[in-house]
Design a protein around this ligand. Structure first.
Ligand SMILES: NC(=O)c1ccc[n+]([C@@H]2O[C@H](COP(=O)([O-])OP(=O)(O)OC[C@H]3O[C@@H](n4cnc5c(N)ncnc54)[C@H](O)[C@@H]3O)[C@@H](O)[C@H]2O)c1
Length: 363
């Protein structure tokens, strides 16, 4: 078992990230050990994870004599919306859940974002802990306190910063994760390595097969390192006013493609294409050597993630869509681009002509 501490600027905002196997079973003990006591524990999860782990966790909490409740919503990104949030508020208020309760966010990034937002807003904020069960949520979304929901006009447009009290990562839960979901997380791991850790990049190159076979030791190393990277970035810039923007590598073009594909492409697949495009852009403007671009593209390709722009999405549309990214200022997208393996720069404006030529090359 590994423990990483995340210490944010305000003194009361420090929390542990605990990574290990069989953690769900030991969660009750952990909750008691690290005073996250509450009069009531409310597990919030989605309909898929409910039957895989939610019911079991509820039984464990109840068996330990803890007053607990399990709420679930229909799985899937399309349900990360106000309707689901309202449904959860209704249930919590009708059950007279008080301020002395703790929300246990169990599941992938969708469950984490939704239940974290409920925690951030119910009675102006109650504590919550993250128990992520997808690779993406274990290395990325459960850390850093970004919570929220989608709006019909775009992804994650409504939200808050609300840090969890702890993050419990049980690697065993990945055993039931479908391969496509696993790949989603792997795309983010490649991003982490490409922008900030050459050793992690080499580790990924060397251990891809073991990662897919879910070798516990290798997975623990991978997840711990990604968590350390995310924690370090969040510590520097909790509210994304500067350095946290490095995490957007691959996401400017990736998000545009994801929304134009009508979510037919998984997030990780879109980000993979985005990383290929943005690495090529970085190369064309002289930020990164061709050998490094090729290494990034080769690693992405080796995982089975896509490296080409979908034929049915026009380059012009992708470029237009990047202008509506919520992170833009004045409608001008600014890119986070690699400048070597493990190095990145953010806030870079790129000429449309150049983006177009890269997207054309990637057909
Ligand atoms: N808050 C952040 O900082 C942040 C960062 C990145 C992404 N996100 C958000 O995360 C969301 C995507 O998260 P995700 O990729 O984890 O998807 P997800 O939460 O939608 O889960 C994907 C599917 O996997 C299932 N699942 C979850 N754990 C499982 C397991 N162990 N075994 C079998 N099935 C399992 C779920 O039921 C669901 O059907 C997006 O909404 C994205 O915006 C947030």
């Amino acid at each position: 078992m590994k423990e990483i501490k995340i210490q944010l600027k305000s003194a009361d905002n420090a929390y542990p990230i605990i990574i290990g196997i069989n953690l769900l079973r030991n969660l009750v003990g952990e909750l008691k050990r690290r005073p996250i006591f509450a009069n009531k524990y409310i597990i919030i999860t989605d309909s898929g994870v409910r039957f895989l782990y939610g019911e079991k966790l509820l039984r464990l909490l109840k068996r330990a004599g803890l007053d607990s409740l399990l709420l679930s919503f229909k799985e899937g990104e399309k349900n990360k919306n106000l309707e689901t949030i309202r449904f959860l508020y209704d249930k919590l208020l009708k059950r007279k859940v008080g301020r002395d309760s703790v929300i246990v966010s169990l599941g992938g990034g969708t469950a984490g974002d939704i239940s974290g937002f409920v925690a951030a807003t119910l009675y102006r904020g109650i504590p919550y802990i993250q128990v992520p069960t997808t690779l993406l949520s274990q290395i990325d979304s459960s850390i850093g306190g970004k919570v929220g929901m989608n709006h019909a006009l775009g992804k994650n447009l409504i939200g808050a910063f609300w840090q969890p009290k702890a993050v419990y990562i049980d690697i065993d839960t990945l055993k039931t994760l479908p391969r496509r979901e696993f790949l989603n997380g792997l795309a983010e791991a490649i991003k982490c390595a490409a922008i900030s850790d050459e050793a992690l990049f080499l580790f990924l190159q060397r251990n891809l097969e073991k990662i897919f076979k879910q070798d516990a030791g290798i997975l623990e190393k991978l997840i711990s390192r990604c968590c350390q990277i995310k924690a370090a970035v969040v510590q520097k810039d909790e509210r994304e006013s500067g350095p946290r923007k490095i995490l957007n590598f691959g996401h400017t073009i990736g998000h545009a493609i994801e929304s134009l594909a009508g979510y037919r492409l998984a997030h990780g697949e879109a980000v993979a294409i985005g990383m290929v495009a943005e690495s090529k852009i970085a190369e064309k403007i002289g930020l990164i050597e061709r050998t490094d671009t090729l290494a990034i593209i080769r690693l992405i390709g080796k995982t089975g993630l896509p490296v080409k722009t979908p034929a049915n999405i026009l380059s012009g549309k992708i470029i237009e869509k990047t202008k509506f990214d919520k992170k833009n200022i004045g409608g001008v997208p600014k890119y986070s681009l690699p400048c070597g393996i493990g190095k990145v720069r953010y806030g870079i404006k790129v000429e449309e002509k150049l983006i177009k030529s890269v997207l054309k090359e990637m057909r």
